[in-house]
Write a protein that binds this ligand. Structure first.
Ligand SMILES: [Zn+2]
Length: 483
């Protein structure tokens, strides 16, 4: 009965998406899809005239596509006339190849301090930008002074609050239709273009008067108020100001013939040393369950905390990680792919291995290990070019819902944790809607932003994937200081 109802609601969601698919109206403009964004049309034409944007190979601008970090870097490099000829080589980032069309722009924009790489040393050229990240980039690129107080009622405690205020104070943004700023939402190519055009040319700016009449109190008064009384969400009463680091391992191996850096394995001896250093560091090790309980109780996660997690359900989780974690009495989370567990074999854990990990209790009789889903077949969850929108939604539903059924039948509970394979589909509205309808509390991607916890704004979450050449000390620092 319950299942049937859920299936129907998922169908309803799919139908709702189908009606949202925009129909293209043919018209002779610079980019045919500009007609869909009258609020951005002038700005995009201006950016084209200034040779900042070219549009996509198919002749459209891709107005509603989420802007990628590489393209934001490219637009900034052109807008600010950065020197992209004499850039450092080789590439500063393992995931920015020198033959990529954005290589020079990324090097120049990072050099200029507009964007930074991630703590793990990568750049994430294909990652999307949140509105909070956009605020920081624009504020830094156009030298807007950081502003205290609060222009919007949904940015309290946000890491980018001062930058959001700075762009609001400088006529770049007066927030969204919601009356807030929606810092965790992704920004589209059209949206980013408007912000950039306003930074470049005052004629596109919004009226500063309009901003101060926003939903927040008069910002001037707010600044004075905030000097007297610090915002409790920014300075927690326990004086701690830590971060929740999602420390992510893949395979643990005894030895490897492949010594290249940036490989997704960790030598067992390095893993053991990592765990001992974490234990000695005094940083709290928690489960997602612990973190969710805190969030549900309205307690921000302010103590430096690490969640140790494993993707892919490799046999090495059982052979190497499980014994060390038991010995050190450290909690951890294992994200498994039921389609692989069904087959067993020597590479992936079978259900018997997974069950043994899940059911283990320590001397205090407490369970140390959580199990979450990592897709049913571990395929990419973004829309494939060769599938229709409906086909994609059906595939998404399958990859998100079947693992719940499988884990329930093998382990006796329905998981509320999901790690997106390759981080794919992360931050998309479609994945978010399915995760809500299937009651996933965690929908973990591959980045540092607000989308990891389905129902909570968690700006102090950090992501730290561990490679064969990683150091563990920066992850501990990240938990303590957020960088
Ligand atoms: Zn994976």
């Amino acid at each position: 009965m319950r299942k049937r109802k859920r299936f129907l609601s998922a169908m309803g969601i799919m139908m709702a998406f189908l009606f949202l698919v925009p129909s293209t109206i043919g018209a002779a403009t610079l980019f045919p899809d500009l007609e869909r964004v009258p609020w951005a049309e002038e700005e995009i034409i201006y950016l084209h005239e200034e040779e900042v944007v070219n549009g996509l190979p198919d002749g459209t601008f891709g107005v509603s596509d989420h802007i990628r970090r590489a393209d934001a870097a490219l637009m900034l490099a052109r807008a600010k006339h950065l020197d992209t000829e004499n850039v450092a080589s080789p590439s500063s980032f393992p995931d920015v190849k020198e033959d990529a069309y954005y290589f020079k722009a990324v090097q120049a924009a990072v050099d200029a301090g507009y964007l930074n790489g991630y703590p793990d040393g990568t750049f994430g050229p294909n990652d999307t930008l949140t509105r909070a990240q956009m605020a920081k980039i624009i504020a830094v690129a156009f030298d807007y002074t950081e502003v205290n107080g609060s222009y919007f009622d949904d940015i309290s405690g946000n890491w980018a609050k001062k930058y959001i205020n700075a762009i609001a104070a400088n006529g770049i943004s007066n927030g969204t239709d919601s009356g807030g700023f929606e810092p965790a939402n992704n920004i589209s190519r059209a949206g980013f273009s408007v912000m950039l055009a306003r930074g470049m040319n005052d004629t596109y700016k919004v009226d500063a008067q309009e901003i101060s009449q926003g939903p927040a109190e008069d910002p001037t008064e707010d600044v004075i108020e905030s000097e007297k009384k610090p915002d409790p969400s920014e300075k927690p009463s326990n004086e701690k100001n830590g971060y929740l680091v999602l420390l992510t391992y893949h395979e643990i191996v005894e030895s490897s013939s492949n010594q290249e850096p940036w490989k997704f394995y960790r030598l067992a001896k390095d893993f053991e040393a990592d765990m001992k250093k974490i234990k000695e560091s005094g940083v709290a090790v928690k489960s997602y369950g612990d973190a969710l309980t805190m969030l549900e109780n309205g307690e921000p996660i302010t103590e430096p905390t690490i969640i140790i997690q494993f993707d892919d359900g490799k046999m090495s989780d059982y052979e190497f990680a499980f014994p060390i974690l038991k010995e050190l009495d450290l909690q951890a989370s294992f994200f498994i792919t039921p389609g692989r567990a069904d087959k067993g074999g020597s590479i992936y854990m079978s259900w018997d291995h997974i069950r043994e990990i899940y059911q283990y209790t320590n001397d205090d009789g407490e369970r140390l290990f959580e199990v979450g889903a990592h897709g049913q077949t571990h395929t990419r969850l973004g829309k494939n070019e060769d599938e229709s929108y409906e086909e994609w939604l059906e595939r998404l539903q399958y990859e998100l819902e079947i693992p719940q059924q499988e884990i329930e039948s093998h382990l006796g509970f329905k998981p509320n944790l999901f790690a997106l394979p390759f981080g794919s589909g992360y931050g998309t509205e479609e994945v978010h809607v399915f995760s809500e309808s299937l009651h996933y509390d965690v929908m973990r991607g591959w980045k540092v932003d607000n989308h990891n916890f389905t129902n909570y704004d968690t700006p102090n979450v950090r992501f730290y994937p561990v490679y064969n050449n990683s150091k563990i000390e920066p992850a501990i620092e990240l938990a303590k200081h957020g960088k």
